[in-house]
Structure formats: structure tokens, C-alpha cells
Ligand binder design. Sequence first.
Ligand code: NAD
Ligand code: MG
Length: 285
Amino acid sequence: MTDNSFPAQQQEPPGLTAPMDPLPDHGEESYVGHDRLAGRRALITGGDSGIGRAVALAYAREGAHVAFTYLPEEAEDAAATSALVADTGREAVAIEADLRDSATCDRVVAQTVSELGGLDILVNNAGYQRARTENIEDLTDERIERTFTTNLSALFWLTRAAVKHLGPGASIINNSSIQAFDPSTTLLDYAATKAAINNATINLAAQLGPRGIRVNAVAPGPIWTPLQPATQTPEKIEKFGQDTPLGRAGQPAEVAPAFVFLASQADASFVSGTVLGVTGGKGVF
Ligand code: NAD
Ligand code: MG
């Protein structure tokens, strides 16, 4: 093993934080807030772990109250995120939800608004991928449906439910991927959803701009989160991230600041309709 390689490991989806070796860095020891999001109210889907947890922690340290969703299997990760947010003195609202139907997405937004007293920032972060599929003939109906519904339909349903609560200065941030620009053959379905997310980001920015709502996406490269051991082969995990120009995978803590920037009306008031790459050196165009 070298500094930039990982021990071979595997988990069942959706994957949990505790079994990961090494543990991801969500910014627990490093992230210092500067009140960039003081008093803002954020909803982060999939905030229990990985990038979503790092964003929840950073937002709370920037002064935001945070609601986030998690899957039933992820209760222990959700508790850890809640504790990190609560430690800052901000509100933490953990909502168990499988976002694969529109009524649930409506319920998540309604509960967020009722518990936080409104909504200013929506982070469509939850995502599903499953690698190990070389041929389109191997893509089952269930997998295609699951990938498209989780990554794309839920984003539409949540955004539709959220916009009526969002005022001028509000921000929507979608989690895209380097896969939208440089797709892996084994991620045919996932990569297509990420390209569609970029397209929807640009179009939503155009629709919602007149209401003063900004819409952007972050496109991460390889990031060390439970998604990876839960969906890649152990052999792929060993070399995970080594094909980036920086020669390594990123940590969730290295992605969260991009979500802070795009959420901040002080920093990004004229930034809308863009896709911000956090890729370790690969281009996002
Ligand atoms: P993660 O496993 O920590 O987070 C993904 C989350 O998605 C899970 O915690 C889960 O709560 C949620 N989720 C999955 N299916 C769901 C469903 N049906 N209903 C509700 N929630 C569901 O992994 P992560 O890497 O932090 O992923 C967050 C986002 O980042 C995803 O959209 C992913 O595509 C994107 N992304 C990750 C990487 C990477 O290398 N890790 C790279 C680019 C983009
Ligand atoms: Mg999780």
C-alpha cells in the first residue's frame, strides 16, 4: 500500500462510514466557519455520510440550520451527522426518507419547512450508482429505474416542492460528477444521470433567475465516501483516485467548501447556472 492507495474492501449498498478504512475526513477537525450562512435554513439529501455529511458540518459551522435525509439502513450515520451539527448549536433535523417517489419528496420539504421555519438552500446530494456492469444487456430494469429515479426524478420532485418556499437569495445546488464529462463504461446509467443534472442545472437557473434563486452544480471527482466500497470492486478501491492529475482521491472535506461558496449570497450572488468541478485536476467542460 502507498499513501495514495486504499486497502481492498467492500460493503453492501448503501454503505456505512464506520467500516471504512481509513475513515473519511468530513472536516471535523479542520473546517472553520465564518458566518457565511448565518441563520440560513438548508435541506441536504443524503446528509448522513460522505459529501453530504461534510456539507452539513460546514453549513452548520457557517451558521446554518440543517435538515438532511437518510435511508433506513443509515440510522447510525444519520446520528453522527446530527451530533456534528448539534455541536455547533444549530438545529439538526434528520429525516428518514427513500426519495424514490414524489410524495416522499413533498413530505421531506414540508417537514423541513415546518421544523426549520422555512428553506433557503436545497442541496440535491443523494445519489445511487452501481459499477461492475460492462454491457448494456446486463442493466436490469430495476437498476435503470433505481439510478434514474434516485439521481434525477427525486431532484425534480424535491426542487418542485422546494421552490415555493425559496425567496430571492436562495440557492439550489445539485451534486453532479466528473462522470458527466468523462464517463466510465461501467457507469453507463449513472453517468447519463449526471450529464442530465448539469443540463437541468442550467435550465433551472434560467427559469428561477427572475425570482432571485440561483441554481448551480458541483462536479466532484473521486471522493472517499461509503458509496465507493459499496459499489466498486475491491480491486478498483485499491487504486481509487490514482488516475487524477493530483494522483489521489479527494476527501469529503475537500468538496464541502464548493457547496458553501455556491450557497453563500455574500460570495456567489452572481454565480448561477454553472458547474463547479472539484476533481483533482480533470476538466469539467
Ligand atoms: P454517500 O454514500 O455518502 O452518499 C450518498 C447518499 O445518497 C447516501 O448516504 C444515501 O442517504 C443517499 N441515497 C441513495 N439512494 C437514496 C434513495 N433512494 N433515497 C434517499 N437517499 C438515497 O456517497 P457520496 O459519494 O457522498 O455521494 C453523494 C453524492 O455525490 C452522490 O450524488 C454521488 O453521485 C456524488 N458524487 C460522488 C463522488 C464520489 O467519488 N464519492 C463523485 C462524484 C459525485
Ligand atoms: Mg450514507
